[in-house]
Design a protein around this ligand. Structure first.
Ligand code: ATP
Ligand code: MG
Length: 385
């Protein structure tokens, strides 16, 4: 490999004994991210990964895809050269000539201590050589336009001038699996993305009220999940037919509790799917105080029906911050498409914002919960993304 992408990973290098597992997961996720492109060599050495970047036609696309993989701190497209001062300084000159900045400096790191020169010596030599060849340029050690980096490692020397930030986080799949309750809205895809960032492998669950909600509303959720898969591995989406449950609630329960009861049913069904999928937690896009059902009292009333931990990564965020993140990760445009959601269909005029638990339980007694769940689960459709 002469043109390589240096991939640095931050946090996972701290994970001690488990490091290899994390590294292998990262490697797998990178390979998955590059699927569909011509296969290139990916090499793992101590503390970093190199990807063969000699395929110039696809280099940009490869870099773009790799910087979406969670667990990566930064990447640098670099030229690898033999461990020889002549080769290093000539490569530095060529890179400078291509960029043609007015000021520069050379920075060297030398993890490979057997190399006969110290880092400052290498920087001085390389800088001096570049200046001697291209005398119009100036060295500026404080605010250079370009920094030429030289890394002296056992496997070779690397020369580069660009460092592109990754997303950080942990490789998807490295911290376990969780069930993401995903609507077509703005919030839940962002919540899913944030848990993926912490290494969670999602499984999606969407509640659909066919025929009251359209096929397009479902497609929108599929599209949102597809966007999420581009940050990790593909995952499964369960589409649950929620219509009969909503009808039963509407027919048999007091209007003020519709939302609470609907949510309790959602969490029960979610727990059932999670158990089946061996997922260890539920994830929602709930956010404190955003709507009537998102008060602490409501959350308590909803939470009561499940033993699984419920992760709510957006709980402290403002709507504007959530929207900003949705734009950044690329879900916003899809989320704001105007297809109806099952929850808004049966929205009562005056939902209880502080549902009393005793009264909620009482209201629920009218429902045949096991029967409704069984029927609804039997109709659940599975989509492999
Ligand atoms: P979102 O923007 O994610 O739709 P929201 O602000 O509309 O959230 P709610 O309608 O109270 O808030 O929903 C809260 C959470 O419940 C959602 O973030 C999602 O995790 C889950 N949820 C709501 N509707 C559905 C649905 N149809 N299918 C799956 N999960 C849902
Ligand atoms: Mg919603």
């Amino acid at each position: 490999m002469d043109k390589v992408l240096i991939v640095r990973y931050g946090e996972i290098s701290l994970k001690g004994k488990n490091r290899y597992q994390f590294e292998n997961r990262l490697l797998d996720n990178m390979k998955a991210a590059l699927k569909g492109l011509p296969q290139r060599k990916i090499e793992k050495t101590y503390g970093r990964i190199y990807v063969d970047l000699s395929d110039a036609e696809h280099a940009d696309e490869m870099i773009q895809r790799i910087t979406r993989v969670f667990g990566i701190h930064s990447v640098s497209p670099a030229q690898s050269v033999p461990l020889d001062l002549g080769a290093i300084r000539e490569e530095a000159r060529q890179q400078m000539a291509r960029m043609n900045p007015s000021t520069f400096k050379v920075e060297t790191s030398r993890p490979y201590k057997r190399f006969p020169m110290t880092s400052p010596e290498v920087s001085r030599e390389v800088g001096g050589y570049v200046l001697s060849q291209l005398p119009d340029w100036k060295v500026d050690v404080h605010r250079p336009e370009v920094v030429i980096n030289v890394e002296i490692r056992q496997e070779g020397a690397f020369v580069y001038s660009e460092q592109i930030k990754g997303l950080g986080g942990l490789p998807v799949g490295s911290t376990g699996k969780a069930l993401l309750l995903i609507s077509g809205g703005i919030d839940s895809p962002v919540a899913g993305w944030l848990t993926m960032k912490r290494g969670v492998q999602p499984v999606g669950l969407h509640f659909h009220s066919f025929p009251f909600t359209s096929e397009r509303a479902k497609d929108k959720v599929v599209d949102l999940c597809r966007i999420l898969t581009s940050y990790g591995r593909s995952f499964r989406l369960y589409v649950n037919h929620f219509t009969e449950i909503q009808k039963a609630i509407r027919k048999q329960c007091p209007e003020e509790f519709y939302v609470t009861l609907m949510r309790r049913m959602m969490f029960r069904l979610a727990e059932a799917v999670a158990l089946q999928e061996k997922a260890l937690a539920l994830v929602t896009g709930e956010n404190l105080g955003q709507v009537a059902s998102q008060t602490l009292e409501s959350m308590a009333a909803i939470n009561e029906v499940t033993k699984l931990p419920v992760l709510r990564p957006l709980i402290t965020m403002d709507k504007a911050e959530i929207i900003e993140l949705a734009c950044q990760i690329g879900t916003y445009e899809t989320s704001i498409l105007p297809y109806e959601d099952c929850c808004t269909l049966f929205l009562p005029k005056h939902p209880a914002t502080r549902p009393n638990l005793e009264r909620v339980r009482e209201a629920e007694e009218a429902l045949d919960i096991p029967g409704l769940m069984e029927e609804s689960l039997a109709k659940t459709e599975v989509i492999n993304l």
